[in-house]
Write a protein that binds this ligand. Structure first.
Ligand code: C2O
Length: 562
């Protein structure tokens, strides 16, 4: 194993990924941020320096287990306080997994302004698929807004907005896209450079490329396709799957897919890579939006010409019948890894408040998350469980002194001590002396489509449905420990809950820490669509958070915070 060191300097400035100038954030002056590539078992050491003028920052390594290093999960208010302007934090953890991941700021909605990038981990375990491709490319796709996230948030939270998310102005692929400047008239307030262009993937004819797609956006689900080429899906969120050949791949916010693309068509043209936005989740129109985000696949020998009309044809136009869209239920893991039986089940309902005074908040079992100031639920849990009430740690400002009764912390279920804006469910408690295997029945009472992510774990996707949940079927087939297990259940870290439907997902609660479980739509997270699991209180009580991480909370308390 190697130690891989990176320095990330977060700065603000103006950028124009699609020609339209706006205030943005950069990592080392770049957007998207640098590609981190490593091998499983390596140690990743990233020194993050905040050079922003007013806001804190924190970097989350999306999908990493962080087993034994929960404090480096990068989740503001849960595992760390933000890094204040002018300060640094060195993230230092072992890469225990392989596959396609990414990293992003987990401070408010900051990643939408540019603090994100790909994290690719290789491993000998990939040998089984390595013969399927000759080279790799990483493709980030995301919705894009011509205003900064805080401006959009104000719109989203405005009275009378009825939970209508801002509609993107454009989509980007690898931080680039074309935009027609004449869409804005001269008094739009936007400066637009006319030379915006598409990202190009230059490949050799008759080769096979593993394209690693990552949706790094804030709201929009895309359907990915390449004109005239079928795509063979081999990975879903770092789980290798038996190849499935499709025309289109739906990818929701924070999800990843690897596909094999063979350059086996005519070399007389280039081809469009299309990301069709699923606009059915948009409320209203945005007249400047072209809902198909594009890049160019080039193996014609001339990467500067655009695909020719009539030769590069969208599958939706080319096919007499429906496109074959990837369905998650058709994905079978390449290696069978059936889930252990569940020991507990938690039903989690979520919705957005209805009624004039609740429109701006999401409700998770009646609670709505908001970030803590000057402390984290991790520090509160450690101090509460160890009975120190925070007083033994002078660097921790603002610790909650009600937490001194350690018995109120070792709870199997919702932990009252955190209060209603920190909905924390305790699992794998000491009393039963076992590692819990948790089923979550996640029930959406909302008309949108929500990509849910659990930090620090992979989830088995066991059941999905709409309408009333069938408890008889669940008890017969899924739960408890001795029920038959689906050896083909897919495991991933971000799954979609369609409108008014439910999903049963399972995880092994063996990873000590405070783990966020939330909708990855940036507006929804900001509106409180988040809860946490507190795992292994026995280990948590003794967890030694490094002083530099604790110190961030003291710095925040001293006025450097949110
Ligand atoms: Cu991509 Cu809470 O994270």
């Amino acid at each position: 194993p190697t130690t891989r060191r990176y320095d990330f300097v977060i700065t603000e400035g103006q950028g124009w990924p699609d020609g339209v100038v706006r205030d943005m954030l950069f990592i080392n002056g770049q957007f998207p941020g640098p590609l981190i590539e490593a091998n499983m078992g390596d140690r990743l050491v990233v020194n993050v320096t905040n050079k922003l003028s007013a806001n804190s920052t924190a970097i989350h390594w999306h999908g990493m287990y962080q087993n034994g290093t929960n404090w480096f999960d990068g989740t503001t208010g849960i595992t760390q306080c933000g890094i204040p302007p002018g300060q640094s934090l060195v993230y230092n953890f072992t890469l225990e997994q392989f596959g396609t991941y990414w990293y992003h700021s987990h401070y408010g909605m900051q990643y939408l302004d540019g603090v994100l990038g790909p994290l690719i981990i290789h491993a000998p375990d990939e040998a089984d698929v390595r013969h399927l491709y000759d080279q790799e490319r990483v493709v980030l796709i995301q919705d894009w807004y011509h205003d900064v996230s805080t401006v959009n948030l104000e719109t989203y939270l405005a009275p009378d907005n009825e939970n209508t998310e801002p509609i993107p102005d454009n989509g980007l692929i690898n931080g680039m896209a074309y935009f027609n400047c004449s869409s804005y008239d001269s008094n739009s307030g936007h400066t637009c450079f006319d030379n915006s262009t598409y990202s190009v993937l230059s490949l050799e004819p008759n080769t096979r490329t593993r394209v690693r797609f990552i949706n790094t956006g804030g709201f929009t689900e895309f359907e990915l396709s390449v004109d005239n080429h079928t795509l063979s899906v081999i990975e879903a969120d770092a789980t290798l799957v038996k190849p499935v050949s499709v025309h289109r791949v739906p990818i929701h916010v924070a999800q990843r897919y690897s596909v094999i693309l063979e350059t086996n068509q005519s070399t007389s043209t280039n081809y469009w890579l299309r990301g069709a936005m699923m606009t059915n989740c948009f409320t209203g129109d945005n007249p400047v939006l072209d809902p198909t985000t594009r890049a160019v696949i080039s193996y014609s020998g001339n990467s500067t010409v655009l695909p020719s009309e009539g030769a590069s044809v969208d599958w939706t136009d080319a096919l007499p019948v429906h496109c074959i869209d990837l369905e998650e239920s058709n994905l079978v893991p390449a290696t069978q890894n059936p889930p252990p039986g569940a020991t507990k089940m938690w039903r989690i309902d979520f919705s957005f408040g209805i009624g004039a005074y609740q429109l701006d908040r999401a409700k998770v079992n009646g609670t709505s998350w908001s970030p803590l100031d000057n402390t984290t639920t991790l520090l509160q849990a450690i101090d509460g469980l160890s009975g120190s009430g925070g007083n033994s740690h002078k660097t921790e400002a603002g610790s909650n002194n009600n937490n001194s009764n350690s018995s109120s912390w070792a709870v199997d279920g919702p932990i009252e001590a955190f209060g209603s804006d920190q909905f924390v469910v305790g699992v794998s408690t000491t009393n039963n002396n076992q590692i819990d295997v948790i089923d979550i029945l996640l029930y959406s009472l909302d008309e949108g489509s929500h990509p849910f992510h659990l930090h620090g774990h992979e989830l088995w996707i066991l059941q999905r449905g709409a309408g009333p949940f069938n408890w008889t079927d669940y008890h017969a087939n899924t739960y408890p420990a001795n029920a038959p297990r689906n050896a083909h259940a897919l495991r991933r870290d971000t799954f979609t809950v369609p409108p008014y439907s439910w999903a049963v997902v399972r995880f092994v609660a063996d990873n000590a820490g405070l783990w966020a479980f939330h909708c990855h739509i940036a507006w929804h997270l900001e509106a409180g669509l988040m809860m946490q699991f507190a795992s292994r209180p026995d280990v948590l009580a003794k967890m030694a958070v490094p002083e530099d991480v604790r110190g961030l909370c003291a710095a925040a308390g001293a006025g450097g915070g949110s």
